[in-house]
Design a protein around this ligand. Structure first.
Ligand SMILES: Nc1ncnc2c1ncn2[C@@H]1O[C@H](COP(=O)(O)OP(=O)(O)O)[C@@H](O)[C@H]1O
Ligand SMILES: [Mg+2]
Length: 276
């Protein structure tokens, strides 16, 4: 019998911490945050997978400068690796001019394949970039991976916070455990050193309080973050000293505190038996 894939609902040994990143609406920086946290976790020495499950609005391949279909080997899809992160996206299997219309059952099947038929190689963390809002994708993820956590990304203004809260409640109904909040675009630091709250203030904190979970980070608005994402790079890798990179590194550390990597099973060592 072929070995069971490590990430699988039928495999009792799977130990990967699965963290879905969700948001109420698009454009709040969910994918940017996901990519940088994944890269930060890899820099901290963890093995990391990134599943882009934003089937309609995938942006991870572009953000990581990836294109072309992954190869298969040993009956498994081999995920390309960027910044030490193994990545799979539906965007690697479709092209921009010919999008796939994903519907319930097919979507469910595709996500199952991306969990079970990819050589994730038993990572410490698997981050899942969800589509905005919640729905079929979250339900499927929760079904395949009971116990998966969700982090909600929001911007600071009250209106965004309410939409994010709805997404959080819906995620819990579909079986994901909301574990934390990340506030993005929290402020812009001017040349005068002052913080300018472009999108208001306090939304992340108040959302975290309402959901009863910790606020993991407040990430500033920094044009370089967008520029690097557009170039297929990541702030935490290219400019680790910047304020946003520090905040993203901090978010990754908080995440590890909250959801520590599970210990690896002790490998069974069989020593060769020599004569005498
Ligand atoms: N903190 C930030 N500072 C500057 N630009 C950001 C920041 N966060 C995200 N962006 C930019 O905003 C846009 C939307 O971010 P993205 O991560 O694609 O959002 P989502 O995945 O929530 O739709 C992208 O162009 C991204 O580069
Ligand atoms: Mg996105």
């Amino acid at each position: 019998m072929p070995p069971k894939p490590p990430i699988s609902p039928v495999n009792p040994e799977w130990r990967t911490q699965v963290i879905a990143i969700g948001s109420g609406k698009g454009g709040v920086g969910k994918s940017t945050t996901t990519v940088n946290i994944a890269a930060a976790l890899a820099r901290q020495g963890y093995s990391v997978g990134l599943l882009d499950a934003d089937v309609w609005g995938f942006s991870i391949p572009r953000m990581l400068g990836l294109s072309g279909q992954p190869k298969a080997a040993d009956g498994l899809i081999q995920p390309p690796e960027v910044f030490g992160v193994k990545v799979i996206s539906i965007g690697l299997f479709t092209n921009e001019d010919n999008p796939v219309v994903w519907r319930g059952p097919m979507l469910h099947k595709a996500l199952q394949q991306f969990l079970e038929d990819v050589a994730w190689d038993d990572p410490d963390y698997l981050l899942v970039d969800l589509p905005p809002g919640t729905g079929d994708v979250s339900i499927s993820i929760a079904q395949f991976l009971p116990g998966a956590s969700m982090i909600v990304v929001t911007t600071p203004q009250a209106a965004a916070e309410l939409v994010a809260q709805r997404a959080g409640f819906m995620a819990e109904k579909s079986g994901l455990r909301v574990s934390g909040v990340i506030e993005n675009m929290s402020y812009f630091r001017g040349d005068d050193g002052k913080r300018y709250p472009i999108f208001g203030a306090g939304g992340g904190r108040s959302l975290a309080d309402r959901l009863g979970v910790p606020l993991l980070a407040e990430i500033p608005l920094e044009p370089r973050l967008r520029e690097l994402a557009d170039q297929g790079s990541a702030m935490v890798v290219s400019e680790p000293g910047s304020e946003s990179a520090q905040a993203l590194e901090g978010a990754a550390k908080e995440l590890v505190n909250l959801l520590p990597a599970r210990p690896r099973p002790v490998p069974r060592i069989s020593l060769p038996v020599g004569p005498g």
